[in-house]
Design a protein around this ligand. Sequence first.
Ligand code: SAH
Ligand code: TRP
Length: 326
Amino acid sequence: MTAPIEPSVRVLLDPDWASSSLVEDVRRGLSQHPRTLPPKWLYDDRGSELFDEITRLPEYYPFDAERSILKEHAYEIVTASRATTLVELGSGTSEKTRLLLDAFTEAGQLTSFSPVDVSERTLRDAAALIAKRYPGVHVAAVVGDFTLHLAHLPRGSRRMIAFLGGTIGNLYLEERRAFLGALADQLEPGDSLLLGTDLVKSADRLIAAYDDARGVTDAFIRNSLVVLNRELGADFDVDAFSYVPFWDPHMERMDLRLRSEVPQRVAIPGADVVLDLAVGDEIRVEISTKFRLSELAAELEHAGFGVTSVWTDPMDEFALTLATKP
Ligand code: SAH
Ligand code: TRP
């Protein structure tokens, strides 16, 4: 047997990306109302592990819903895209992506796969697994930030950019617009975006998905404070907060916050910030926006895409949209 081809790994984040970019994000975010932390900081090694656990929770329906769409329609999706290069943004473990890779293999269409993620450990492990499993595919992983590094995505052949998991919903409206516009600008005519979005549904179902009985999501959100303690020498008492997820019906998004349970002063020396928190003061750690298909199509068109096809799961909870650069 021949040895599997090793994946290549390109690192676009500079070594102190974590600390330098985090400092700005923390300064800006904590001076807003409500105080906000940017979500990419959730995915250190521990955060990535906890997220992986979330995807296996019975309450967390988006993972299974998206997977069921891929199970049913992956072949149709890849042949419609006519892509030979698959790029995956925020790829994590690329677990569901295997359904796309299987379909690409069946169609005899794929030559290369580029997973892109800020979480280097998770990305390296995932890339190695995939290189082993799909020996005919050139795996070129990129440790990068999809809000900064879109200009460095691989080019040269027809591409499909997969952005799964509803991760686009974790961006704020302005960021989402900027991201979609920048992505459309980077694509060649005929390239496409495969976008996974969670859809608006009952508040009960949503809250259960982000407030699981075992407290895994609570631990995931709380881990953001551990990241600040480690990276910026902060002294957050992680247990002095409670996790408060709620549905914001006006913005149609989950709003995931930590609430101070005691009056406290937190020093964040690495960012030169001192935070005085009264009982009940909140820090927003993450949003997860839910979409309506008609508005999503309009947004994609506005960014410069043409919507080719939309697939949903049998319960219409989640959608995959194939949008093409004309
Ligand atoms: N696509 C996977 C994982 C989703 S979790 C799925 O559908 O299950 C979101 C992933 O995006 C994490 O792996 C996280 O590390 C990554 N991520 C978050 N912000 C990012 C950014 N700005 N640039 C690149 N990757 C990011
Ligand atoms: N993109 C996923 C989502 O918004 C990320 C995620 C899953 C998440 N579970 C979470 C984010 C819990 C914060 C908390 O659903």
